[in-house]
Structure formats: C-alpha cells, structure tokens
Design a protein around this ligand. Sequence first.
Ligand code: AHR
Length: 515
Amino acid sequence: MNKKMMLGGMLVTASLSLSAQNSATLTLHANEGKTVIPKEIYGQFAEHLGTCIYGGLWVGENSSIANTNGYRTDVLNALKEFKVPVLGWPGGCFADEYHWMDGIGPKAQRPKMVNNNWGGTIEDNSFGTHEFLNLCEMLNCEPYISGNVGSGTVEELAKWVEYMTSDGDSPMARLRRQNGRDKAWNVKYLGVGNESWGCGGNMRPEYYSDLYRRYATYCRNYDSNRLFKVASGASDYDYEWTRVLMEQIGNQMHGVSLHYYTVSGWTGSKGSSINFDKDDYYWTIGKCREIEDVIKRHCAIMDSYDPQKRIALLLDEWGTWWDEEPGTIRGHLYQQNALRDAFVASLSFDIFHRYTDRLKMANIAQIVNVLQSMILTNDKGGMVLTPTYHVFKMYNVHQDATYLPLDINCKTMDVRDNRSIPMLSATASKDKAGKIHISLSNIDADNEQTVTINLQGVKATKATGEILTAKNLTDHNTFEQPEVVKPTAFSGAKISKEVLTVKLPAKSIVTLELN
Ligand code: AHR
C-alpha cells in the first residue's frame, strides 16, 4: 500500500509495505530551477566562548603553535579550503556585554573583562575588531557583526559602525587610522542585538522593536558601505516574536534572525555527543528535520506582512547541542562531533535549500571548539576536522548554484516524540558552469538503499563523487585518530538512459557531480 504525504515541504510517497523495501525513487526537475542558493546558507559563527576564539582561531603572535600573525595557521588553511562565505562575531550572548572600544589599540593596554555568559573566563580583549575583520579579509568572507543593544548605548554602536566603515575624515575613522588601519573595511551584515528576548536583555518584542528602530537609525551607511540590518529574531517556536517584529519594525529591517538548535531541552542532560544508541540517532534526525516546519511557520507570518519577500529570514544559529565533554570547562560548550552530527548538517542543508526565496543566511554554531563545530583544536597544536566539516566541504558545490527541485519517494519511519522521518534526504543544484550536483543521505542506520533518479532530459553519462560514512554512527575523529570519519571516492553510481542509479550504503552521505 502506498500513501502520499507531505513531510516537511517535500512530497514524500511513503511505502507502508511491511517487507523491507530498501529502495527509493527520485525525479529531478532540472529545468525548473528558479532560486539561487545564497552562499550565505553555508555561514559560520564565532563567539568569545570557550576556546572558539582563543586557542581555536587565535593564539597570538608569540605562541609556540604555528601561526600567521596570531591566527592558527592550520585552522586558517582548513577554513580557506572549505569556502566560508560569512562569519558572525562576537556573539551570541557575549555580544550584548561586549564593548568594542576595549578591543582596539595596543594589546597591553586593552582592559580585561569577565565573560559572564560563558564560565566567568577572563577575556583580555586581545582579539578585537581589527583581528576579526582582518580574518574575514584573509578568508574572503563577509563579516556579520552583532551589536550590543542589551548593555550598550546607541552612541557606542553608531561609533562602531563609523570606526569600521567610514573612509572620510571622521573622528572614528581617524582613531582607526591611529590604530594602524587606513582603509575602512566592508561590513555588510549588522545584527542589532542578539537573543533580545533572553541573554540580550530579556525584552518583550514590543519594547525590543522600539529599541531596534532607535539603534538602527544611527547605524549609518558610510561612503560606499551599505549595511544589511538584522533584527534579533525568535527562538524556535516563538512565532509571536516574529509577528510583532514584522508588524512594528517592518521595512526598517533588512532581515530578521531565527535560532534553532537540535537539542533535547534546556534543562537537565542534553545527551552525550558520542555515547548514544540508534533510538537517540533517529530522535536526532526527527528533531533536526522539525526545523522545516519552524521555518515554514515563521515564513508564513513574514509572508502575511511582506508578500514581496523584501525582508530576509536569517537562521543565524543552528546545529546540535549536546552535553559538554567530560573533563572540559563548564560553560565552554566543547562537544565531540560524530557521524550523527554529519547527518544533521546534510539534512539541514537539504531543507534550507528549499526556502531560499526567504531564507538568505544560515550560520552553524560554531566554527571551532564550540557546539557543532567544524574544527576541534587542543593547546598542543593538535587539530581535527569533524564529520560536520566534511559535509560542509562536500556540499560547498551548492553555494550560489541554482536550486533544482526533486520529488522523493522513500520509506518513512516513526520515531520518538511522535515524529515521522523519511529514510532518504536529498538536494540538487546546477552551478554557474552548468554542472549538476546531487547530494543524498541514506538515513537508514542498517540498510543499504538503491536510489533510482529519473534525470528527465539531463544528458549526462557519468556520476562521480564522494561518500562520507563510518562503521558506527558514534564514530568521530580524535587528536589520536583524526581520520576515522572522512570522505572517500564513491563508485556506486551509474547512469543509463537518463536514469541515475545509486547504491547508497547504510548511514552514508554522498555528493555526486553529473558529467
Ligand atoms: O551558540 C551559543 C549560544 O546560544 C549563543 O551565545 C546564544 O545566542 C545562543 O543561546
């Protein structure tokens, strides 16, 4: 018996046959591409939290760890390789206690502060505006600055914008020049506060909307720089926050943010990043996929106020949130990253690609050593690329490519917390050179799936690519064994008469290029 159902935004035909049907059928609509997947969907976030900045991105010029003007050289190279389009900084919750003037000028004279949000660590401000914006230039990515609305003044934020972006003879531009930077930086994205409903000031949406209007007024466009101002948006299921901001701020914002974590709850244990069972894995997939419904519902509210989609939705924090690794500092949010996390990344991208008419950015939390990170480092010079890093790299072919719709017919499974998940997830795009890429995730932990893709008129004869899988879902990379989970060449795809057949091993993620 077959049943058609809408699972998320995608039409899934679920087979209810009791026999194990380890196959899926897809149809690619190669001529129906309308929207471009903005590269910012592959965005990153770096907060002054744990060892994300200090030890992760920055060790200082005098460190015994190999560095390029203070930035860890190994981390810099790994990031350059996987195309970072946009990087958020300095928080997170940290942003609403950050006073940017403490982080400029001679390092020895910069005042220290207590990082109250994250473990009470002493922050010496040696990584500040210059260090961040120069890093963005080195990575060739857009900076996304989060301004302090919670505990900072309008004047402070207005001057920060002037300091970074004014090229004229203005007081802040002069101060910047005194500090060694002649030319203004380009800063496009400006967050006006962060989580203003929580760590950013515990505000009500009406009050925040007024504050937004006031702060944003004085954040000027200097010279050729054009700011894209982002209002501090909702957490997960708080649709009322989005509604009020749309009503009260409307076109005075270019975008509104949203945060969604794959987390079991905010109190008690969140579960281990590496000690979990199959049931936990499938629960994770269900919770991760629920973001589609959340995006849809926020988008529907935005549509009712802004049918022309002038205001963007920016998912500027997402990813898995597990218990901190035993033995690490409380409040530093250091967690391992297993093959399961790789699925959260691939499935999230498959969803994000479908909503880029409104969703213009997504920043995973966070880039190094915090939550679902790309990279883990230690203070002995060790560096590990996580399974999530590998997914970002395998998927970077979709950056700025035209999204191609796919119909998916696959098995589904009921999982904990009354969710139903498909056993296959997929996405496709056509890049600027006309090359089609298809990414496929076989969610099934135990069974191979034969995937048949009707290419409908695509004249390709060969499909080549990479696969990411491992013996166990809990497998992960460590400083001692950094290559347990890494992509390898994939030879399980064949094309014959416009039909692509792929043999996907259990728990595997594949990206293919059609030639
Ligand atoms: O990413 C960690 C924290 O999660 C951020 O600081 C905050 O914005 C969110 O609650």
